[in-house]
Design a protein around this ligand. Sequence first.
Ligand SMILES: Cc1cc2nc3c(=O)[nH]c(=O)nc-3n(C[C@H](O)[C@H](O)[C@H](O)COP(=O)(O)OP(=O)(O)OC[C@H]3O[C@@H](n4cnc5c(N)ncnc54)[C@H](O)[C@@H]3O)c2cc1C
Length: 500
Amino acid sequence: MTQPLRIVIAGGGTAGWMAANLFANIWKNSPVEISLIESEDIGTIGVGEGSTPTLKRFFQTLSIAEHEWMPQCQATYKVNIKFNGWNGDVHASYSHPFISQLDVFSERAFHINALTRRLGLNVETRPEKFLMAGYLAKKQLAPIPSHNFPFAIEYGYHFDSMKLGQFLRNFGKKLGVKHIIGNIESVETHANGEISALTCTDGRRIEGNLFVDCTGFNSLLLQKTLGVKFNAFGKNLFNDAAVVLPTAPLQTMPVETESTAMSNGWCWQIPLRNRTGNGYVYSQQYQSKEDAERELRQRLNLLDCDVEAKHLKMRVGQCEKHWHKNCLALGLAQGFIEPLEATALHLVQVSIEMFIDTFTKGHFSAQYQDTYNKDISERFERIRDYIVCHYKLNGKRDSQYWVDNRDNMHLSESLLSLLDVWYRKGDIVEEIKRQGIGKHFSTTSWHCLLAGYGVFPPIALQQPDSLKEKGDLFEENKLASFFSRCSLNFEKQKLLFQIA
Ligand SMILES: Cc1cc2nc3c(=O)[nH]c(=O)nc-3n(C[C@H](O)[C@H](O)[C@H](O)COP(=O)(O)OP(=O)(O)OC[C@H]3O[C@@H](n4cnc5c(N)ncnc54)[C@H](O)[C@@H]3O)c2cc1C
């Protein structure tokens, strides 16, 4: 690089500050200047409180220890998502635990049992019975084992998103990121269409070579200025709004997010140290804002309480290109998939990490822009499919919303093919390999969803005697005792925090 690179990040939500920190960290010894401009008037979205295990890598990259950030962000550990009431009477709930190293001992039994069950034999297929994180979630144990425990456990976090934003802002400033408060009024472009500068309402002009659009659903740079098209996922995913209400912290401190089916969507429960986050994600086509708020209040026993609810609109879909000319979009500005599996920050982080790799490989040029765009789009689509599958398989009959979701035939080729293999009792492990989609959701995650939901043919009338005598591959007593012995190495997270 002959000239210094001036990166201007527009927007100071979680996406903007995650990018600022990772860029400042990786290019600390390169001639790269990073500025971040944010508006005090517009504010951030202020939700987004659950993560996948990928976020652990984010803090490790920046050498930030858990005791430095978790207490400041009221954070708790997360090892599982528990889905309540999504399949009518079949399974009252099922789990999607994060997959750990230790699960090599039991994953195969899970896959084989699911196939056996698809063939009509009555064997155990509940995901939480086969995976260590399912066991930890049930016992409410934090995923931090004692020192001599020889396996790594995967986990994510719950956190207060506003506080995480403040933490990352302070950390980024220490890494040398220039912080500018201002309202961007206009975006200037060169004759070749590349962005040259941002102008604020007070007349300040911020020039740069690379611009990062983190302006949230506004997408001021990529969509509004450069005119990149937004492809909505509305035909696949109906939810487009949310209502949020906090409640007191839970007495016990669960290590899982609960996602409970409601009349026209679902509601999250996220345990933080100082409060519980609750939000109802629904479709405005099927339910009014007022009715959604009433339903959430009723569920939380807040009907006669004047705690103010926050209403949000969601724009679900993705930009046709995530990096165009000299502008990269991240976070809500690049696209959004509803938060059922808490994948938004995961996508932000992966987009930043891949950008760093691609940009560096291309010697700080746009040489590999097309490959990058293709890869990120694919990630959005495959994550969308996994979420769509939750809705497609629902067994609820209490509203038109659930019926329409079940009847919805806007499914991708990839998802159709997976469901076809599953229903035809084919080899789903091979199918995931064939499609090369295991990096988005693993084979075991797909089993959690399909087997957890109980998508099986009726049990055969005659069950072989040998099943009872020999026990199936699950070997309930052996696995339960294995997990139970492992769990002696873990403690409740409340105790851990007191130590910290
Ligand atoms: C209901 C809901 C639930 C969610 N749950 C989860 C979850 O559990 N897990 C998860 O990972 N994600 C979740 N998300 C997504 C998550 O909230 C976002 O991905 C994340 O907060 C990043 O947002 P952002 O930084 O892109 O945008 P924002 O937070 O909206 O930030 C936008 C920034 O741009 C600035 N800005 C905008 N316009 C201008 C302007 N003209 N001039 C100057 N500055 C400007 C604003 O000041 C702000 O700083 C959820 C989202 C919703 C809607």
